[in-house]
Design a protein. Structure first.
Lengths: 222, 189
């Protein structure tokens, strides 16, 4: 019995050592107490077909910020779990950037159903910019429904990266000026969408502009 | 109403600045070390990825005619188009290098004596990418060549103060309690 326990312990120690040797950056920068656990999480992620570089970078970030070994392990494990959730919705063809931004969005309040709706609306369009914008809006206090509706409307309208950047900047500006996050996001999203419409032709009366948002502005955008 | 800080950032973004050689070396090293999946997997990923294509009727007709002519030519010449061939490794590396974009980062920090960047592109090494003073007082800047991707980063002021980039989206990762920003490079919508 003792020999069997010793054998298993030795095997585990050897495998941990082998795993630890996978990435020299982890060995060089991480607290000793975190190396084996982080390397093991990275290897499990690799076996699942997940991108591993974001996990290594989170660990290195923790080391640079002088975080504890426990905090680093927890952060890397949490990110690996969210990357797995993101990949289960977006599929294995999703790029590393899409998975990283999706995992981030899951961290600030989005769920798998939201991700699935975004994937459907995007078709083959990359989702990184939309997800980064969505996560930025959520962190600025924009309600999830409002932020998700805005980004879905952008995807359906084929808004470019500049449009997403314009939305982020103008919403941040409006909030600094005292606007509510909800009305700022709703109004600014409508503004970007209106700018994309072609100018009215001669002899054709222009469309009526939508009324300004009242209250929470949680209505879906059209 | 004009914001002086934004005006300073805008002025700096319009100015040409030299590329940071340390960051360039790190990025090129990363590109060389990048593991390229075998060509059958790349080809399969390319084939199964959905795309939205816009084409005019005339363009569609021309494309169809060209495709039909190619099929006809290949059939007559006895050429099997399906065999194709993998791109040589040097061509792949060249393609990846060609997609690298110079990204300028600017921070307004009036009282700072040194500013650096740490992020996913330099292994979060604050010593790898220092920012230089610009012609505008209190404005620091650096240009970092980056391959396509999403990168988390933060500025490090005077070696110990972590600062987010006010001009960039907030990164949705805050496991370590500090402010973090995110930049997306090379994604066409």
């Amino acid at each position: 019995m003792n020999a069997r326990v010793a054998g298993v312990t030795m095997l585990l120690a050897l495998s941990a050592t082998a795993v630890e040797a996978q990435d020299p950056r982890l060995e060089a920068r991480l607290p000793a107490a975190a190396r084996a656990a982080v390397a093991s999480i990275v290897e499990q992620a690799r076996a699942q077909g997940l991108p591993t570089e974001p996990l290594v970078q989170r660990a290195l970030e923790g080391a640079s910020r002088n975080s504890s070994a426990e905090r680093i392990q927890e952060a890397v494990r949490d990110l690996a779990g969210r990357l797995h959730r993101a990949q289960s919705v977006l599929g294995r063809e999703a790029s590393e950037a899409e998975l990283v931004s999706a995992a981030g969005a899951l961290n600030v309040g989005l769920d798998e159903a939201d991700l699935s709706r975004l994937r459907s609306a995007a078709g083959g369009t990359p989702l990184t910019q939309p997800l980064v914008t969505l996560a930025d809006l959520l962190q600025r206090g924009v309600p999830r429904d409002t932020a998700t509706s805005a980004v879905l409307a952008f995807l359906r309208a084929g808004v470019t990266a500049d449009g997403y950047a314009q939305l982020r900047r103008s919403v941040a500006h409006d909030i600094r000026q005292g606007a509510s996050p909800s009305s700022a996001a709703h109004t600014r999203a409508q503004g970007v969408l209106l700018e994309r419409r072609p100018p009215p032709r001669a002899g054709v009366p222009p469309r009526t502009r939508p009324s300004p948002p009242r209250g929470t502005g949680d209505r879906p955008l059209r | 109403m004009r914001d002086p800080e934004w005006e300073a950032i805008e002025a700096e973004l319009k100015r040409d600045v030299p590329v940071d050689p340390v960051a360039m070396r790190l990025v090129m090293q990363r590109v060389r070390e990048a593991v390229v999946p075998p060509w059958p997997r790349r080809a399969w990923q390319w084939m199964v990825r959905p795309r939205r294509i816009s084409v005019s009727p005339v363009g569609g007709l021309l494309s169809a005619a060209t495709f039909a002519a190619l099929i006809l030519f290949a059939t007559r010449a006895g050429t099997d188009l399906a065999t194709g061939g993998a791109l040589p490794a040097d061509a792949i590396a060249g393609g990846a290098a060609a997609e690298i974009q110079d990204v300028q980062f600017v921070l307004v920090a009036d009282d700072a004596s040194e500013v650096a960047m740490a992020g996913d592109f330099n292994d979060w090494n604050p010593g790898a990418t220092p920012l230089g003073r610009t012609g505008v007082a209190g404005v620091w800047s650096v240009v970092v060549p980056l391959p396509p991707g999403a990168y988390l980063y933060a500025f490090v002021v005077d070696g110990d103060t972590w600062v987010a980039d006010a001009a960039a989206p907030r990164a949705p990762e805050n496991a370590f309690g500090g402010p973090t920003s995110i930049v997306v490079v090379g994604e066409e919508l």
